[in-house]
Design a protein. Structure first.
Length: 366
């Protein structure tokens, strides 16, 4: 089965110099993938020529005349740049010409344009950004939301848990993944009112057998792998993500510096070369690149804006896997069957699609 993915080649800090070689590499190793490279045609074809892939049978170019920059406002992306590579790539998803879209562009703009074009699934108030983080069990911890919704109500966190459970069930083959609610302590009496009320909703679902709610978890549980999924609001999630990425790079830098600081340390580095490579691999944030925008009527994946080709290829891989395992229909089914239907004041379910409480786009975002 061929899976088609649109690539916003102009998005991110590096544009085609990263996105095109990543696409070429992925297409070369995945025979079931067909990639549509969207953006300024001349620049894309120059990169294809550079990487000797001008006539690749599973790579095609779709011209888009405009680019959403990392500093563009949501209004600019939505109203002024209607032929941007980001918007055109997403429109291909809407028109069902591709099964997923990958972009490293401005996070706020990507969420806004995605929501405007694709709309949200019935029963979902707000889409959420979900990604994976490494844990001590050498497996992934899925975490959401990571910046789409700074201010959340209990109903939103409840929806995040449902969507996250459906995602992990599909991607990891776990019928009942465990869910933790991020809090300042494990005890039920701790936390603000939003967290307490969310815990009540999740406990009720657990008693009904709808969700496998572990309980409250703390920051250390994310990397210990205490639960398969960690739910939080976008403010806390984004801070956690950026802190963990910074820590991973810090540890890698310290190890490199110390092993080069003297002859004995350099000798130790040679002896421990295998272990050092394994540590570097496990702590490399690029391996966990590619966040899914859950709750939309289409698969959209966000790459880190500063990702290199290796990291961007991982984002493409996640989009490919999501399409392969039919994540979208599984989330839609879960929401339709399990989520109490209520009024959706945020313009969901085919409404205007204007996004609210989105992480600021006046800075470079994840």
């Amino acid at each position: 089965m061929t899976i088609k993915i649109s690539i916003d080649c102009m998005g991110g800090d590096h544009g085609p110099s990263v996105t095109v070689p990543a696409a070429v590499s992925f297409a070369n190793r995945e025979p079931e993938a067909e990639l549509v490279l969207v953006g300024l045609e001349e620049e894309i074809r120059a990169q294809l020529k550079k990487h000797k892939a001008s006539s690749h049978p599973r790579l095609s170019v779709h011209h888009a005349s405009e680019v959403v920059t990392m500093d563009d406002s949501i209004e600019t992306a939505l109203r002024r740049k209607k032929d941007s590579s980001m918007r055109v790539a997403l429109r291909l998803v809407k028109d069902q010409q591709v099964q997923a879209c990958v972009s490293a562009g401005n996070t706020g703009a990507l969420m806004a344009v995605s929501r405007y074009l694709l709309k949200t699934l019935h029963g979902v108030d707000r889409p959420a950004i979900c990604t994976i983080l490494p844990n001590q069990k050498d497996g992934p911890t899925y975490m959401l939301d990571l910046g789409a919704n700074v201010d959340c109500e209990p109903v939103h966190l409840h929806q995040f848990a449902l969507m996250g459970s459906a995602l992990v069930s599909a991607m990891e083959g776990k019928p009942r993944p465990t869910i933790g609610l991020l809090n300042v302590g494990e005890e039920a009496i701790k936390g603000n009112e939003v967290v307490k009320q969310t815990a009540e909703l999740l406990r009720a679902d657990h008693e009904k057998g709808i969700l496998n709610f572990y309980g409250n978890v703390e920051g250390n549980d994310i990397f210990e792998g205490t639960t398969d999924i960690v739910v939080c609001d976008g403010f806390v999630g984004n801070v956690t993500l950026k802190a963990s990425e910074g820590l991973g790079r810090f540890v890698k830098t310290v190890l490199t510096t110390e092993f080069k600081s003297g002859l004995l340390n350099m000798l130790g580095a040679v002896i421990a070369r295998g272990a050092i490579k394994a540590i570097s691999r496990r702590l490399n944030p690029s391996r966990y690149n590619g966040a899914s925008l859950l709750g939309l009527r289409g698969l959209v994946f966000k790459s880190h804006g500063g990702a290199d080709a290796y990291g961007y290829e991982w984002a493409i891989q996640r989009a490919f896997d999501a399409a392969k395992y039919d994540v979208l229909s599984r989330i839609a089914t879960t929401i339709a069957e399990l989520m109490p239907q209520a009024d959706t004041p945020d313009g969901a379910n085919g409404g205007s699609g204007e996004i609210v409480n989105t992480e600021s786009t006046q800075q470079k975002t994840a």
